[in-house]
Design a protein around this ligand. Structure first.
Ligand code: FAD
Ligand code: SF4
Ligand code: SF4
Length: 394
C-alpha cells in the first residue's frame, strides 16, 4: 500500500488523483485502502511530498494462503441442448498437470441451472473438487451475475491460479474479475507451466515475433485465458467422482440492468466450424485465386471437412476473415490438417500445430510448414490436388 508520511496536510489532491479510489481523507489526513495497487499516480501530485511507494521487495503480500488451480467450466448452448464446452476439459487436463506440480488441488467452477448432470464427466479429468453455483437465476449467462459469483468464491477460497476459456464468455468475464481483484490477466496463452511456484504464462508478443513468458509473482490468483484447442483433453481419473461443494451466491441487483431479449444460434453445422471440424483443408497465398480455393472446397466436401486459410490468403480476399487460422484467427486441432500453398509462418503454426496428422503441399521443399508435417508433398498444389480428388473419386 502507498506510504503516507506525517507531512500530509489533508489538502485532498491525491484523493482525486487515484484511479482506483484507494485514497480518502479522515481527520484531515489522507488514508489508503486495500484497493491501492501501488500504481504511483498519486506520488507526484502531493505538494508536500508526503506520499511514497514502499521500497521494492518490502511490499510482498503473504501468498501462502492461496492454494488450488481453478478452471471456469463454461456451459454452452446450441439452441437444442446445453453442454460443457470442450475447452473446459482441455483446461482441466492442463490444470491437472499444473496442480500436481504445485502440490495443490484441481478445482472446477461451474455456474448455471440444473448442472449436476455434468459433474461425472468433469470429474474424469483429474478434478479433485467441483464448486457449483446452481440456481435458475444463472440459467442464462449474465456478465455481472457470473462475475459476482466468481469473485465471491475466489475471495472465499483464495485459489492460486484461475483459468478461463478464451471464448466470448471467458473473454467477457475474466477481465471483470481481474480488475475487481486487482490482479493481472494474461490473454490467449499458448503455454502454461510452473516455475518456482509461479504460473508461467506463455503467449506471442511483439506481433508474434517472440514468445513471452509472463509471471505474476507478487499477486494472487494468477489468471489466464486459453483458446479452444490449445491443450489436449486427457482423461486421467475415469470413474472417479470429485468432491462437490455447492455454493449459494445471490445475484446482485445491478445484474438486472442487463436482460437477454432474444438469442440467435449460429446455424453453421459442426462440420463447417473450423475449431470443431475433424478435417481442415487450409489454403495460403500459394493457391493464388478462386480456382485454387475451389479445389480446396472440393477436397473438403469429399472428406467431410471445413476450409480455412492463412492470413495472406484472407488478405487476398480468397476466404472470409472468420476462416483465418493462426495467432490472430481460429486455433484448430483437427484429426487431419492439409496445408496447401502455406509457407508455415510461426503465426500460422500456433493455430494448427496440435492437429493429429498434418499434410503439407508446397512447391518449396524448404518451406517451414514441412517442419510440423507428418507427410509432405513437394510440388504445385494446383496440379497435385486434382490427382488426389481423382483418386478419392475412384
Ligand atoms: P506466404 O508466406 O507468401 O507463403 C506462400 C507459400 O506458398 C510459399 O511457401 C510458396 O512456396 C507456396 N506456393 C506458392 N505457389 C504454390 C503452388 N502453386 N503450390 C504449392 N505451394 C505454392 N498468418 C496466419 O496465417 N494466421 C494468423 O493468424 C496470422 N496472424 C498474424 C499476426 C501478426 C501480428 C502478424 C505480424 C502476422 C500474422 N500472420 C498470420 C501472417 C504470417 O506472418 C504470414 O505472413 C502468413 O501466414 C503467410 O501466409 P502464406 O503462408 O499463405 O503466404
Ligand atoms: Fe491510488 Fe496508485 Fe496512489 Fe495507490 S499508488 S493510492 S492506487 S494513486
Ligand atoms: Fe496529504 Fe499529499 Fe494527499 Fe494532500 S496530496 S492529502 S498533503 S498526501
Amino acid at each position: 500500500m502507498i506510504q503516507i508520511s506525517e507531512k500530509c496536510v489533508g489538502c485532498g489532491k491525491c484523493v482525486s488523483a487515484c484511479p482506483f479510489g484507494a485514497l480518502s481523507l479522515s481527520n484531515r489526513k489522507a488514508v489508503a485502502s486495500a484497493a491501492c495497487t501501488l500504481c504511483g499516480s498519486c506520488v507526484s501530485v502531493c505538494p508536500m511530498g508526503a506520499l511514497s511507494l514502499p521500497a521494492t521487495g518490502a511490499v510482498k503480500k503473504d501468498l501462502s494462503s492461496y492454494k488450488g488451480v481453478w478452471v471456469f467450466v463454461e456451459i454452452g448452448n446450441n439452441g437444442r441442448t446445453s453442454f460443457v464446452r470442450p475447452v473446459g476439459y482441455e483446461l482441466l487436463s492442463k490444470g491437472r498437470e499444473l496442480a500436481t506440480q504445485l502440490g495443490e488441488e484441481l478445482c472446477a467452477v461451474i455456474i448455471g441451472s440444473n448442472i449436476s448432470g455434468y459433474f461425472a464427466e468433469i470429474s474424469q479429468y483429474g478434478t479433485d473438487k467441483i464448486y457449483a453455483v446452481d440456481s435458475p437465476a444463472y440459467q442464462q449467462y449474465n456478465t455481472l451475475a457470473y462475475a459476482n459469483a466468481m469473485i465471491t468464491l475466489i475471495r472465499k477460497y483464495n485459489p492460486s491460479v484461475v483459468l478461463f476459456p478464451s471464448t466470448y464468455v471467458g473473454r467477457d468475464l475474466s477481465p471483470r474479475i481481474s480488475s475487481e481483484l486487482f490482479v493481472g490477466l494474461t490473454a490467449d496463452c499458448t503455454g502454461l507451466s510452473v516455475k518456482q511456484g509461479n504460473l508461467i504464462q506463455t503467449r506471442p508478443a511483439f506481433g508474434g515475433n517472440i514468445m513471452a513468458d509472463i509471471k505474476c509473482p507478487d499477486y494472487r490468483p494468477q489468471m489466464a485465458t486459453v483458446r479452444p484447442n490449445v491443450f489436449k483433453k486427457v482423461v486421467t481419473t475415469p470413474g472417479r467422482m470429485a468432491a462437490v461443494v455447492n455454493e449459494t451466491v445471490s445475484v446482485p441487483v445491478k445484474a438486472g440492468t442487463v436482460r437477454v431479449l432474444e438469442t440467435h444460434f449460429d446455424p453453421v453445422s459442426a462440420k463447417d466450424k473450423l475449431d470443431e471440424a475433424p478435417v481442415v483443408i487450409a489454403g495460403g497465398r500459394g493457391m493464388k485465386d478462386k480456382a485454387g480455393f475451389d479445389l480446396l472446397e472440393n477436397l473438403a466436401a469429399r472428406l467431410g471437412g471445413a476450409v480455412g486459410a492463412s492470413r495472406a490468403a484472407i488478405d487476398l480476399g480468397l476466404k472470409e476473415k472468420e476462416k483465418q487460422i493462426g495467432q490472430s484467427g481460429v486455433t484448430v486441432a483437427s484429426k487431419l490438417y492439409v496445408a496447401c500453398g502455406i509457407s508455415g509462418a510461426v503465426q500460422h503454426i500456433v493455430g494448427m500445430e496440435h492437429s493429429e496428422v498434418i499434410i503439407g503441399i508446397n512447391k518449396d521443399a524448404n518451406a517451414p510448414i514441412f517442419n510440423v508435417c507428418k507427410y509432405g508433398l513437394v510440388g504445385d498444389a494446383k496440379q497435385i490436388l486434382p490427382y488426389i480428388l481423382e483418386g478419392l473419386e475412384k
